[in-house]
Design a protein around this ligand. Structure first.
Ligand SMILES: NC(=O)c1ccc[n+]([C@@H]2O[C@H](COP(=O)([O-])OP(=O)(O)OC[C@H]3O[C@@H](n4cnc5c(N)ncnc54)[C@H](O)[C@@H]3O)[C@@H](O)[C@H]2O)c1
Length: 399
């Protein structure tokens, strides 16, 4: 694939590092940036043959097969519409839209034009995440009951993130989009998100948007998703997931503790440690290969293979739309302080509301509530009678 990158900022550079870091089939041929100076600097840094200060010219160029949107949130829709006009495949960074209305317009336009629309939710492509998903799909942890995801750091690096008009919101839209999609994957993308309860506040920064929020997303099968997002966290970038199933548990730490710990007095240098790291001395937690730990190479591989194989990627524009719809409900709930419905005018998954509750039997007359081996070796069973509802205890004595 020959790629045009729109934007030359933080994420555009991360993407370029991933795409050009090692020998790959797919490479960037073009960058669009508003100023020739920025465009040229980016093109020089990554050895690109072309750069433009006109977005439409960059997209329409003959040596561009796919467009990679790396622009601020308020420009995603316009950029997608330019790709639709030029009939070029498009992959867009997160969040897809500032809200579900924008995301739906993008989804519809891409589908109508018959072009590819990939949603760049990198955290659903980390090696840890993909392996966890295999376990979940095999049934290793049983039915998923609760999937919690946290992304917190001290706040983003560019002005537009802090401007609600341009970003669409604060930590909820910026970080909640990752967490919601992580939980959705664990719980099952075909399971309908029903309603959201969210607390949000502006605790530290003088902005109109929220800088801290916690939300619960209720799913049609009784599972619960939880997101914890903040621009007030100190100590780096904390990316953690916890999944609880009827037969097992998964804990993931994707950034702050990846098994690489280091101490330095700082006398040698004060170089880069890892994204959003707040210190360059003392005990540090660097990340071996940030692109891989954050999922970018696997994500691009899936996107480009999906284009070639004419299939949906693991993360599509449709997923971006569902995420936006869930976040819209979170914003409403943060105001109303009530559970608020997720409004999905286009739902493509299961409609049933099976609450997954299937009690385990101990014998014909009893359900098993709990079995435990006590310190003296006795085995205790807590039982519930199926017709009377009586709760009782049965003990098998140790020899
Ligand atoms: N993990 C991730 O997937 C991840 C991480 C960071 C950012 N992002 C997303 O990437 C997008 C860009 O974020 P960023 O961190 O790179 O921001 P950034 O501010 O570092 O870069 C934005 C780029 O867009 C350009 N730009 C700004 N206003 C413009 C305008 N009006 N017209 C044309 N170009 C304009 C800037 O010059 C810059 O090149 C956002 O949607 C953000 O949510 C995703």
């Amino acid at each position: 694939m020959r790629i045009a990158v729109l934007g030359s900022g933080f994420i555009a550079r991360f993407y370029a590092e991933s795409l050009h870091a090692q020998r790959r089939k797919d490479y960037i041929t073009m960058v669009y940036s508003r100023t020739a100076e920025n465009a040229k600097r980016f093109a020089d840094d990554y050895g690109l043959p072309y750069y433009k200060t006109s977005m439409s010219e960059a997209i329409a160029h003959d040596e561009v097969d796919v467009v990679l949107i790396s622009l601020p949130n308020h420009l995603h829709e316009a950029a997608v519409m330019e790709c639709v006009k030029a009939k070029k495949h498009v992959i867009c960074t997160k969040p897809l839209g500032r809200n579900a209305l924008e995301a739906k317009r993008m989804l519809d336009a891409v589908e109508k034009a018959g072009i590819f629309g990939g949603y760049l939710e990198d955290l659903c492509y980390t090696p840890k995440f993909l392996k966890s998903m295999e376990s979940v799909k095999r049934g290793d942890i049983g039915r998923v009951l609760w999937a919690k995801s946290r992304e917190t750091h001290p706040g983003p690096h560019s002005d537009w993130f802090w401007d609600k008009e341009k970003s669409g919101g604060g930590a909820i839209i910026d970080l909640g989009c990752h967490c919601v999609e992580i939980s959705r994957n664990f719980i099952g993308k075909n399971i309908k998100p029903i309603e959201v309860m969210c607390w949000a506040d502006t605790q530290v920064h003088p902005i109109d948007a929220e800088d801290h929020a916690i939300g619960l997303v209720k799913y049609a099968n009784g599972a619960i998703g939880q997101f914890e997002v903040s621009w007030t966290f100190r100590g780096g970038m904390d990316l953690r997931d916890e999944v609880m199933g009827t037969e097992g548990t998964i804990w993931l730490n994707s950034f702050l503790r990846t098994g690489f710990e280091m101490f330095t007095t700082g006398k040698g240098s004060d170089g880069y440690v890892a994204e959003k790291a707040e210190s360059t001395t003392g005990w540090l937690f660097p990340v071996g290969d940030e692109s891989h730990e954050l999922g970018y190479p696997n994500m691009f591989t899936d996107m480009f293979e999906a284009i070639e194989e004419k299939r949906e990627p693991l993360e599509s524009f449709y997923d971006g739309y569902v995420v936006n719809a869930i976040l819209d409900a979170a914003f409403v709930s943060a105001e109303s302080k009530r559970w608020e419905p997720v409004i999905l005018e286009d739902w493509r998954g299961d409609e049933s509301e099976d609450t997954q509750k299937k009690w385990e039997s101990y014998d014909d007359n009893h359900y098993l509530i709990k079995k435990e081996v006590l310190p003296n070796g006795d085995i205790t069973f807590i039982l519930k009678h199926k017709s009377t509802g009586e709760v009782s205890r049965k003990v098998i004595l140790a020899k």
